[in-house]
Design a binder for this molecule. Structure first.
Ligand code: ADP
Ligand code: MG
Length: 366
């Protein structure tokens, strides 16, 4: 297994790119450390598959370098890079049996026959394919085919890394959950560097120790699920992670801090001086629905809102509020009584985030 380093990577599918919008990968410098379980999370079209294909060597990047354990591999073929890649749709040989399909990567690598037998049985057991091991692949269900495809990726433990490109898309939801746990288990057992691509935040956080959030051809944050939740580094992370996502309100500078719709939000001196260093007028305040405090009694640091909707979801409630002209959402405990009409919202300073040009600015801890 290897540490995979991407250095100033950029890729355009266009021969003559005329601007940043022509790039599927805009500018990425990033390291996937040896043995890590990672997710690459982002919406459709943000460049996830492009990145994986550049790592495995199916695609040559327009700019930048790919290094495995500090050695440049740009010129190496996919085979020489020794990466296992599992795609969204099954890549298997229909005319071969499941056993033969699983054994194929091992035979290619020149493994001894009895060792192949052991490995194939091991993987078949993990993926619960034992009963269909001697069936021709063409006779399998869609789920089973994809399991075989995954098995082909998992069967070798001498690979530099395993890349999964939305492998569970075609799998039935119940089985999906189970397979995700299996992958995690396999990772714990073999400690192979794994990068798991998905557009589903739940899938990302159940599989990965650390998640890279990708947006518009860039990695905008790399962190633990908790870090992405508590300290979104970019408005997109705030919006994309969480249910519902972070409230984001456009604001403008004022004497004491920032304001919107005639309301002023005071900022600490440190943050205020950071804000003065920028001239951008693209300023947003962000707070997650979970961190808004709703009370019936106003105080110096609460804002009056109108409750417009209360959605009871069993274990918690989503309260829709109008704050000035802004519609925001708060998430409160099930037993927190909320009635339609006026209410007061508090935004604890710790959880109130300020974004300039979509990126977080914050005071450095002393
Ligand atoms: P994701 O996997 O995150 O959905 P992709 O890496 O497939 O995103 O695509 C990133 C961008 O590159 C998209 O705008 C997509 O339309 C474009 N793209 C992907 N593959 C090709 C290709 N072979 N030729 C031209 N454009 C492509
Ligand atoms: Mg893709």
């Amino acid at each position: 297994m290897a540490e995979i380093q991407l250095k100033s990577l950029a890729h355009s599918y266009s021969k003559h790119p005329s601007g940043p919008e022509d790039y599927a990968i805009r500018q990425i410098s990033h390291t996937w450390h040896k043995g890590g379980a990672y997710a690459l999370l982002g919406p459709s079209g943000c460049g996830k598959s492009t990145m994986l294909n550049i790592i495995s060597g199916l695609l040559a990047p327009s700019e930048g370098e790919v290094l495995f354990d500090d050695v440049r591999v740009n010129e190496l073929s996919p085979k020489e890079r020794n990466i296992a890649q599992v795609f969204q749709f099954p890549v298997i040989y229909d005319s071969m049996t499941v056993f033969q399909n699983l054994a194929f990567p091992l035979r290619n690598a020149g493994m001894a026959k009895d060792r192949i037998e052991t490995k194939v049985n091991e993987v078949a057991e993990i993926l619960e394919l034992e009963t269909v091991l001697h069936r021709k692949a063409r006779n399998l269900t869609a789920d089973e085919k994809q399991k075989v495809s995954m098995g082909r990726g998992l069967v070798r433990d001498d690979v530099s890394a395993i890349l999964f490109d939305e492998p569970l898309t075609v799998i039935d939801p119940q089985l999906k959950w189970k397979l995700r746990r299996k992958l995690k288990q396999i990772h714990e057992q073999f400690n192979i560097t794994m990068v798991y691509v998905t557009h589903d935040q739940l899938e990302a956080s159940t599989f990965a120790d650390k998640i890279a959030v990708m947006y518009d051809g860039q990695i905008v944050q790399f962190g633990t699920p908790r870090e992405l939740f508590e300290r979104p580094n970019h408005t997109f992370v705030g919006y994309f992670i969480g249910s519902p996502g972070m409230n984001l309100v456009a604001v403008e500078r004022c004497e004491e801090g920032v304001r919107f719709d005639g309301m002023t939000v005071k900022l600490g001196a440190g943050l205020q001086s950071l804000l003065e260093q920028s001239t951008s007028s693209n300023l947003k305040l962000g707070i997650r629905p979970e961190f808004i405090q709703l009370t019936t009694t106003p105080s110096d640091d609460t804002f009056e809102c109108d409750v417009t909707d209360i959605e009871d979801l069993g274990t918690y409630k989503i309260v829709s509020l109008m704050l000035g002209n802004q519609s925001i959402k708060a998430r409160v405990d099930e037993d927190h009584a909320v009635a339609p009409g006026k209410i007061h919202a508090g935004f604890p300073r710790q959880w109130l985030k300020l974004y300039v040009d979509e990126f977080l600015i914050e005071e450095q801890a002393e």
